[in-house]
Design a protein around this ligand. Structure first.
Ligand SMILES: Nc1ncnc2c1ncn2[C@@H]1O[C@H](COP(=O)(O)OP(=O)(O)OP(=O)(O)O)[C@@H](O)[C@H]1O
Ligand SMILES: [Mg+2]
Length: 300
């Protein structure tokens, strides 16, 4: 039986770094066999959490990307009308007739991610990622209640499919709208914080192996200070990774003014944010050099 530390270690081995809180949330989701709802700022690793968990457990990953207008026939199951039509034609050509009961059977059922997660069998339970649930219309959530609560879905024409082994379900949301209490009630919950500086630096180290270590430390500090500004869109891990990749591609071994200016678009995603960062630039960079000097003094 795995414990939270085992999960943390396995995720670490595939370069997904989690703190104790997140490791415990994942451990509980696996142990209690309950869906896990992950929320957090954009780019904080919600989607990657499900992908990494599947890899770490050697489990198949099934993904449902939510969007406005998503329907049951795209998320749960659909009838294969073409095959039904063919079956009818075939029966007609044989002068036979088909009843509804002959046409609405498993043979004509097309799996969509939720039904697939229920019916996937194998040595390891699949991980089902229901990504960005807040993008789907709120009525869509009600379609998930039976599945989230009982790991089953009921198809009126056939009956109820119950998962032999409960899939591991990870839902993510960016909080673009409030989710129903009924959905929250059926899930464990974890808010992913922006990683602490040491973990953020380690994530950068793993994600951009070519980056210089001094650059990674300075960039982590710089990003921390930028995040403290009042921005429309504070840079997340995804932006930090892009930025360090860009700086590295330009050959920067540490934060130097011209390269930082040239690559600012990787962390400033609106004109207002760009000018806010530019206005505070000397403070941000000065504090940077200052802390680098302090570090040199401290270690010398
Ligand atoms: N804890 C972490 N360990 C390793 N990499 C991470 C971690 N957190 C984020 N990342 C990296 O940051 C990037 C963004 O992660 P991801 O796309 O999963 O974020 P998200 O929260 O789903 O964002 P969005 O809300 O925009 O969909 C990925 O490249 C991912 O590898
Ligand atoms: Mg995502």
């Amino acid at each position: 039986m795995l414990d939270a530390e085992d999960i943390q270690r396995r995720l670490d081995e595939i370069d997904y770094l989690v703190d104790d809180g997140m490791a415990t949330a994942l451990f509980l989701a696996l142990t209690l066999e309950q869906p896990l709802l992950l929320e957090g700022e954009p780019g904080v690793g919600k989607t990657t959490a499900a992908k990494a968990l599947a890899r770490a457990m050697g489990a198949p990953l099934i993904r449902l990307q939510c969007y406005e207008g998503l329907t049951a026939s795209e998320a749960l199951y659909e009838w294969n009308y073409q095959r039904q039509l063919l079956a009818i034609r075939l029966a007609e050509s044989r002068h036979e007739s088909l009843a509804d009961a002959d046409l609405f059977t498993e043979e004509f059922l097309q799996e969509r991610p939720i039904l697939k997660a229920i019916r996937t069998s194998g040595p390891v339970a699949p991980v089902l990622l229901i990504d960005e649930i807040d993008r789907a219309d709120d009525e869509f959530e009600a379609l998930l209640f039976e599945f989230l609560g009982e790991a089953s879905i009921t198809i009126p024409e056939i009956g109820t499919f119950v998962a032999e082994r409960r899939p591991v379900v990870v839902l993510t949301s960016n909080r673009s709208r409030e989710l129903h209490d009924a959905l929250r009630r059926r899930c464990l919950y974890h808010w992913i914080d922006f990683p602490a500086p040491a973990r953020a630096a380690e994530i950068l180290r793993r994600s951009v192996p070519a980056a210089n270590d001094a650059l990674i430390t300075s960039a982590t500090d710089f990003i921390g200070r930028v995040r403290a500004l009042d921005l429309d869109k504070a840079p997340g891990m995804a932006e930090a990774i892009d930025w360090v990749s860009a700086l590295t591609a330009l050959g920067a071994a540490d934060l130097v003014r011209p390269e930082v200016i040239r690559t600012l678009s990787a962390i400033a995603k609106t004109p207002d944010d760009r000018s806010a960062i530019a206005d505070a630039f000397d403070d941000l960079l000065y504090a940077e050099n200052h802390s680098a000097e302090a570090e040199t003094e401290r270690t010398s």
